[in-house]
Design a binder for this molecule. Structure first.
Ligand SMILES: Cc1ncc(COP(=O)(O)O)c(C=O)c1O
Ligand SMILES: N[C@@H](CCCC[NH3+])C(=O)O
Length: 442
């Protein structure tokens, strides 16, 4: 159980005081349900952990790739966090939600001219520059507009985080960032410092995602600060911001043992303080970019079960009304999840079955070895936990399945945050070819 989750006297899973069977009736399934009290609790854990350190400036920029909607950005705004965006779409959502542009940081390894123009028009807080192509492009665009912009440079510290290969990002062989080892980062720092329109504030690294230890962050900081000291000595680079990215792990299944948020933050602050003091540098502001650790555990997906089949001696398949179209992570990363039968939450879960999605793809299995009550069958409500990060945001229209609705729950109230797509929404952008519409019928 996570956050405000509880089981009521009817044996139904409740979130924020609301019976999930009522949610399913009102909003339909599949349904992404967010426990906003838990999101706020995670945000507070970051704030409290940083606030222990009196003389440290910090910013927590929520990584909106994990889950970006107008309602979510409004919540981030209300909580006073900054925001990391990685595309024109995420930037547009943030601006439309009313977030102050100076709190927006723009990431991405291939920002287009129009995306950078949108960022410059809005006068966002910082662009995190990923490569030389972007460094040149941004300088040219700023020169044309006679505008200055704050930048950080994304560097790859060569640290391999202990996580799935596809979500490791800090190693040398990566599409992201300037390598520290081969001198590319140093060249980029020199170029940015000599650029009349780029205000180089600092450097950024992100070593990966769903990380369960603090050592990788400490190593990355030590490596980065070592280089910063050399750049300071050699050409007077003054670091104002050290951004160590996101990647803090969460609990998907009972075997996941994430560290408390406080532990990650304390390691980051103490390592930075120690290294900065050791090398006699000026303490920079510390920025982090958590995505998953803010929204992951707060999201639960509700499905209705339908078809089932039992292959004697092999396994039972119970299919639900969603799948890889609303949660690609099991098929993409072999990610593990836990489910319960939300309308039979007090029945003992003792029967192993595969929880299958409805997409036309053998790999569309949400949980290969789900353990559910034996009686769990068609027409039941299945809750899959910890789907708040990279579920909705990575949803697809595969098999032309409309995107599920999103509700936010707080204090016994459910508020619709994203309407369920309709079939008409699906074909809204389709253009019928005139030539074909006018043809004689065969
Ligand atoms: C640059 C950057 N910052 C932040 C994040 C957020 O990571 P997480 O959701 O694991 O906290 C990511 C994604 O992994 C990222 O690439
Ligand atoms: N989308 C990934 C991780 C994000 C990678 C972003 N750099 C996941 O679901 O775990």
């Amino acid at each position: 159980m996570y956050g405000t989750q509880a089981i009521n006297e009817k044996g139904h899973l409740c979130i924020g005081g609301v019976d999930t069977t009522d949610l399913a009736k009102e909003f339909g399934t599949p349904l992404y349900v967010y426990d906003t009290a838990l999101i706020k609790d995670k945000i507070n854990q970051f704030k409290e952990a940083f606030s222990q350190f009196e003389h440290v400036e910090w910013q927590v920029a929520y990584a909106s790739k994990a889950f970006s909607t107008i309602a979510m950005i409004q919540l981030i705004d209300e909580q006073g966090l900054s925001l990391d965006v990685v595309s024109g779409g995420e930037l547009y959502t943030a601006l439309k939600a009313g977030l102050s542009p100076d709190r927006i940081h723009f990431h991405g390894n291939n920002k287009s001219v129009s995306e950078l123009a949108m960022a410059l028009d809005a006068k966002i807080g910082a662009v995190i520059v990923d490569n030389f192509y972007e460094l040149d492009l941004l300088e040219t665009m700023c020169a044309e507009r006679n505008q200055e912009i704050a930048v950080l440079l994304r560097v790859t510290p060569g640290v391999e985080a202990h996580t799935h290969e596809f979500i490791m990002t800090g190693q040398d062989d990566s599409k992201f960032g300037f390598n520290l080892d081969d001198g590319m980062a140093e060249r980029a720092v020199k170029q940015a410092l000599s650029s009349p329109h780029l205000d180089l504030k600092g450097i950024h690294s992100h070593i990966g995602s769903q990380i369960f230890e603090t050592e990788g962050f400490a190593r990355a900081i030590k490596i980065m600060v070592g280089h910063i000291e050399a750049w300071h000595r050699n050409f007077g680079f003054q670091l104002e911001v050290l951004n160590v990215g996101g990647g803090f792990g969460i609990r998907y299944t009972d075997s996941d043992r994430p560290l408390p948020i406080k532990r990650y933050v304390e390691t980051i602050v103490r390592t930075a303080q120690d290294e900065i003091a050791r090398l006699n540098l000026h303490m920079p502001a510390l920025w982090v970019e958590p995505g998953r650790s803010i929204v992951g555990e707060a999201g639960t997906t509700l499905y209705t079960s339908g078809a089932f089949k039992t292959i004697p001696g092999i396994r039972k398949y119970l299919s639900v009304d969603g799948g890889m179209s609303d949660n690609i992570r099991p098929s993409l990363y072999q990610a593990q999840y836990k489910a319960i039968c939300a309308n039979k939450a007090l029945d003992s879960a003792d029967t192993q079955m595969a929880l299958a999605g409805k997409c036309c793809e053998s790999g569309d299995i949400l949980i290969k070895e789900a353990v559910l009550p034996e009686s769990c069958s068609s027409g039941d409500l299945i809750a899959v936990f910890s789907t708040g990060a990279y579920g909705y945001s990575m949803a697809s229209h595969y098999n032309r399945i409309p995107n599920a609705a999103v509700v936010f729950i707080e204090d016994g109230e459910a508020a619709l945050a994203v309407r369920r797509e309709t079939y008409d929404d699906l074909i809204r952008q389709d253009v019928a070819l005139e030539k074909l519409s006018q043809r004689d019928s065969y």
